[in-house]
Design a protein around this ligand. Structure first.
Ligand SMILES: [Zn+2]
Ligand SMILES: [Zn+2]
Length: 866
């Protein structure tokens, strides 16, 4: 195509990448709904629009893009959509910060609008980074969960599940973050270990231990084990709660551990999950001592209005003063905290909305999905099988999908809108009809909003074309790529919702990637100052180097430690490959493709056979999403086999006169480079495109995946031997301090089966190389004696010279049969241990030669005269 003189000497990733970004069209990556090709839909994760597309996202997206590009080359109609999971607290907090307000200072709608504007700005920033990374996103399938066309679907899905009985409202204890002032799901609780104080005191003489004395006002019973003889007969009696002075019943329960403390425990509403269990089991009172903002209620008077922490201190101080506190012990404890703000969670009972969890159905569907790596499946199974409570989906926030229901003010009836009227905000709109039960016309809209996972757990339905009606034709998607940190949320909820709304699994496969750790091996965080933004890598090394790091840094599913060394190695590989490509293009850039018929020489057939094996290996790796294995195989072939072995071997042939042998090499060079470019295209799309553009009019990305299948057992065997012989003799030259192109005496290689190397070995070694199947007639002679002065000097002193002369004068026969004494000036001298070594030489037909041997019993002789 282009004259070779136009090929730049150096590869500048940034200018090349920027140029291709201008050249490529978004349309090239669109999913074609009318296509006859098999579909491959990727249920891409919709990131939270923080404005910062971090390296963890980048790593995740590299995997997705490798798959999307590879599948397109394999002839699939690929959809690589891009979603944005917008709703949630962090944006609300940011908006409050930016505008210096709290969410209650402005009308709900105005606050939402501020959140929307900030989100759109953030999305714009993240899109720019994604484009710069070269991701082949299908921007025609972009979705933004805060937009009416998306959250309409979330609302439809809510109503469908409500009607089916899979969603219900109930007053039930839930995990609650008093800082975020919202209920949260179990999946949003993280656990931290800490040491706390266990406080001992008595209820009417019965010793009780608690880590949460501030919950004393919420005590509703004291429980003992039914077989605990210390408390026989106490069941049904009452005890008085200290400080607060009211009575609570004594109950018995098998679950009480008699070994712990005094064997008596106080049950509060609610200290932990066990309290909730006992409270339900024994039908106990509900005493709400903590309100939604984390303050003590009137029930806790005189401590009402205090925070839980202040209350704890005051209660302990008062207990000490009144002599109620007996002692305190340290205790190691796991404490649940809000995953966003780290505030310890409370368990509070309020009216909330719940999604029913059908564990068995979820596990069955998950089993039917192919997991990569497969051990990730057990994470989902463990999580699903230990779920005890239903999924709490209501949140007491603003920037989220509204729960589309009203309550009749007169009779309390739950009113739902027609699906056709969605989306709605029930706090701003009213039902179109009067109450069907009482005819009332005054309603209160639900103020609670939906958990953001309710939006993102229908991403797969959205991308497969669900509009709230029947199961879409494109459903299920082919693959879900995601991190292992959201298996118990996004993966779990998506399977749950898919089963509820379609009755079947959401995808055929799920690919789970690891997390990116800082260079120090720790999770990236501001406090550790180990964050690497993708832009820092792009600026100096370009997107392809970043992408190569993603591919090679870790086995799929494993956490990956960021490494500048890997990035630099990736960049060096590109430089090396550019030099190779430049050489190939300058030699073979304008050669007409003649097809495999042109390939005649042994070395060429050997290389193409190796190339074919590499294609098979890389294909297998890509099919199994083993990107590290794929890039390693490509690098190894390009560098070691193609450049270091093959090109060095055939260079001489290229400089010869035109003819079939030269054509054979030219075709092989071109085919190999083109195949390398095509295999690399999913991982380094810019570099591959740049290289490929010099000898093809079309894009490498539409060239198709290489389908090379060439096997030649003879070429494998003899070609490998040819390469080995040449490199052995080159090493010999190097060891002798000879220039690699220096002329060498005749080289004879004694092999079992003769073959024609097309003169490659002779040219590569600048020698006449002959291949012989004869037995080498080698004659071994002693050519010299190598004395050790370190031995001779000290032991023989002034006789050393005479000794050496005497040894040299001995015949070959005497020397080879072993010498114990020699005569110097008539004196018998014993040969000291280690005084000399014999140096052997070989002769063939009377001429002295150097002999090299290879493992396979192959012997090479090199004449000493050039
Ligand atoms: Zn929180
Ligand atoms: Zn009514």
């Amino acid at each position: 195509m282009s004259p070779s003189t136009e090929i730049p000497k150096t590869y500048d990733p940034n200018s090349v990448e920027e140029r291709w970004l201008q050249e490529w069209k978004d349309e090239d990556n669109y999913f074609d709904p009318l296509s006859q090709k098999p579909q491959f839909i990727i249920d891409t994760p919709p990131p939270y629009p923080t404005g910062n597309f971090h390296i963890g996202n980048g790593f995740n997206w590299c995997y997705i893009d490798f798959i999307a590009r590879y599948k397109r080359m394999r002839g699939f109609n690929v959809m690589f959509p891009q979603g944005w999971d917008c709703h949630g607290l962090p944006t609300e907090v940011k908006v409050e910060e930016i505008h210096g307000i709290t969410k209650n200072d402005v009308p709900r709608d105005e606050f939402r609008q501020m959140c929307r504007e900030l989100t759109l700005q953030n999305i714009e920033k993240m899109r720019a980074t994604m484009r710069r990374c070269g991701f082949s996103t299908d921007w025609s399938n972009e979705y933004i969960t805060m937009m009416p066309e998306y959250y309409r679907k979330t609302q439809v899905s809510f109503l469908r599940m409500l009607k089916a009985g899979d969603i219900y409202q109930s007053e039930h204890p839930v995990n609650f973050c008093t800082r975020c002032e919202t209920a949260i799901a179990f999946a949003e609780v993280t656990y931290d270990d800490r040491t706390t104080l266990l406080n001992f005191f008595t209820f009417d003489g019965v010793e009780i231990a608690t880590t949460r004395p501030e919950l004393l006002a919420a005590c509703v019973a004291v429980a003992v084990h039914p077989d605990d003889e210390r408390y026989t007969g106490m069941e049904g009696t009452t005890l008085t709660v200290p400080l607060f002075g009211y009575d609570v019943p004594v109950i018995t329960d098998e679950a009480v551990d008699p070994e712990f403390g005094s064997g008596a425990v106080m049950i509060c509403t609610f200290g932990d999950k066990q309290d909730v269990h006992w409270w339900k089991q024994h039908n106990l009172d509900l005493r709400k001592a903590i309100d939604l903002s984390g303050k003590m209620t009137a029930i806790a008077a005189p401590y009402d209005g205090l925070t839980t922490k202040e209350c704890r201190e005051r209660v302990l101080a008062d207990m000490k003063e009144q002599g109620i506190l007996i002692r305190q012990e340290e205790l190691d404890q796991r404490v649940g905290a809000c995953w966003r703000c780290k505030t310890p969670i409370e368990i509070l009972s309020e009216r909330q909305w719940f999604v029913k969890i059908h564990n068995e159905g979820i596990i069955k569907a998950a089993k039917d999905i192919m997991w990569t790596p497969d051990h990730m499946y057990s994470r989902l199974e463990n999580w699903a099988s230990q779920m005890e409570w239903d999924w709490c989906i209501s949140r007491q926030r603003i920037f989220a999908t509204p729960i589309p229901v009203w309550f009749c003010d007169k009779c309390g009836e739950l009113i739902v809108p027609d699906e056709a009227d969605l989306p709605i905000d029930p706090t701003a709109e009213s039902p179109k009809q009067p109450c069907p039960v009482c005819g009332g016309t005054s309603f209160t809209g639900e103020e609670d909003v939906l958990d953001t996972w309710m939006d993102s757990s229908i991403s797969v339905l959205n991308v497969t074309g669900w509009d709230g009606g029947d199961i879409p034709e494109l459903f299920p998607a082919q693959i879900r790529p995601q991190g292992h940190d959201i298996i118990r949320t996004w993966a779990f909820y998506t399977i749950l919702r898919s089963l509820a709304l379609t009755g079947s699994k959401p995808w055929n496969e799920i690919l789970v990637n690891g997390m990116v750790l800082g260079e120090d091996g720790y999770k990236m965080s501001k406090s550790r100052d180990n964050i690497i933004p993708p832009e820092a890598i792009l600026k100096d090394y370009g997107a392809d180097a970043f992408r190569q790091w993603s591919a090679i840094g870790a086995a799929t599913g494993s956490d990956i430690v960021f490494s500048w060394t890997d990035v630099v190695a990736a960049s060096r590989f590109q430089t090396k490959l550019w030099n190779i490509a430049r050489f190939v293009l300058m030699q073979a850039g304008d050669v007409d493709a003649q097809g495999m018929d042109a390939v005649t020489a042994l070395a060429d057939r050997w290389l193409i056979s190796r190339l074919s094996a590499t294609v098979a290996d890389v294909t297998e790796a890509m099919e199994a999403y083993q990107f590290d294995r794929a890039i390693r195989a490509i690098r190894e072939f390009s560098r070691d086999v193609f450049a270091d072995n093959y090109i060095e071997l055939v260079k001489g042939r290229l400089y010869e006169n035109e003819g079939p042998a030269r054509d054979s090499a030219l075709y092989t060079l071109r085919l190999s480079l083109a195949t390398i470019c095509r295999m690399l295209a999913p991982i380094t799309p810019f570099f591959s495109e740049e290289c490929y553009s010099y000898f093809s009019a079309g894009s490498v990305h539409t060239a198709g995946w290489p389908a090379l299948s060439f096997a030649d057992a003879d070429a494998d065997k003899n070609g490998a031997l040819l390469v080995e012989v040449v490199s052995e003799v080159r090493r010999f030259k190097h060891d002798r301090g000879m220039a690699l192109n220096a002329p060498l005496g005749a080289v004879c290689v004694y092999v079992a089966d003769a073959f024609d190397d097309a003169g490659d070995a002779s040219r590569a070694l600048n020698a006449t190389v002959t291949w012989s199947t004869d037995k080498p007639q080698l004659e071994e002679v002693i050519s010299d004696v190598d004395f050790s002065m370190a031995v001779i000097g000290p032991s023989l002193r002034n006789k050393a010279r005479g000794f050496m002369d005497a040894v040299r004068a001995l015949s070959e026969d005497v020397l080879s049969s072993g010498v114990s004494h020699v005569t110097v000036d008539g004196e018998e001298i014993a040969v000291p241990e280690g005084a000399f070594d014999l140096v052997y030489a070989y002769r063939v037909a009377g001429e002295e030669v150097d002999v090299l041997t290879l493992n396979e019993g192959v012997i090479i002789t090199v004449s000493r005269t050039a």
